[in-house]
Design a protein around this ligand. Structure first.
Ligand code: ADP
Ligand code: MG
Length: 249
């Protein structure tokens, strides 16, 4: 992958659902190794923005550039090969599969694995990678359990393990602490910071202002699909439009 230049460039991106401008002319760039936050109240267009970045919805306008290459119209599976992975706002684990098997699925999703039948050695490597990913998110010992046997906070961490098992360069997370208690939130915040310290570039979507200001390097604040503030967390927090969006609810 080329050095220098932003990892992600979003230029004048718009996504419409019928008459709803879910994302309206949004632009931002993310540098390598940054923890970039997209902040906004419910319904402000955060998930739609992530969906457009990961090819779940088509923008009506604008460009998405990864590593200097226009990826606005590429196939979804091709994102994994470019080192881009994501998690979802709601838990999406397969209940009939054990925890480690759920994580193994993430390896297939990257498209970096072999297309043909894996050899015994490749299988062993994948198994090892899945166990390592689970250990990385603090879930050693849960490998052979089923998702329903884990707490909600643990299930959400399995999803992060599944996203990082393919060793992505860019990880997009949609509200990874939604529904968690304060203690679990602090743990996830620490985990995200440590993933950043490992060199991962992170794009974090969240409506919890306190968490975002404490862990993000830079923030984009949205409301009604549009940017209302953009920059250093302290500046974004101090912006009148951000205060209004949050206090006005
Ligand atoms: P957030 O993630 O910030 O809560 P969303 O991106 O989910 O916001 O939603 C932004 C707007 O787009 C909302 O008005 C929502 O109702 C609308 N929206 C989101 N997804 C769809 C969809 N699939 N079809 C129609 N409208 C949608
Ligand atoms: Mg959302």
């Amino acid at each position: 992958l080329p050095d220098g230049g932003p990892v992600v460039e979003v230029q004048s991106l718009s996504v419409h659902f019928g008459g709803v401008k879910a994302v309206d002319d949004v632009s931002f760039t993310v540098q390598r190794g940054e923890l970039f936050g997209i902040l906004g109240p419910n319904g402000s267009g955060k998930s739609t923005l992530l969906a457009a970045l990961t090819r779940f919805v088509d923008p009506v306008k604008g460009r998405i550039v990864f590593y200097g290459e226009d990826c606005t119209g590429i196939a979804q599976y091709a994102l994994g090969r470019r080192g881009i992975a994501r998690t979802f706002q709601t838990v999406r684990l397969l209940e009939d599969l054990r925890v480690v098997e759920n994580v193994l699925l993430g390896n297939d999703r990257t498209g970096r694995g072999e297309r043909s039948q894996p050899s015994a050695r490749q299988k062993a490597t994948r198994w090892h990678d899945a166990l390592a990913a689970l250990a990385r998110v603090g879930l050693q010992g849960t490998e052979l359990h089923y998702p329903s046997e884990l707490s909600y906070g643990q299930q959400r961490r399995v999803e992060i393990a599944r996203a990082i098992v393919g060793t992505p360069d860019v990880l997009l997370l949609d509200e990874p602490v939604a529904g968690m208690n304060r203690e679990e939130r602090i743990e996830i915040a620490a985990l995200l910071r440590s993933l950043k310290d490992d060199g991962l570039t992170l794009i974090l979507v969240e409506h919890d202002v306190e968490m975002m200001v404490s862990i993000c390097d830079r923030l984009l604040a949205m409301n009604f699909g549009q940017e209302i503030a953009h920059g250093a967390p302290a500046d974004v927090l101090a912006h009148p439009a951000v205060r209004e969006a949050y206090l006005g609810r």
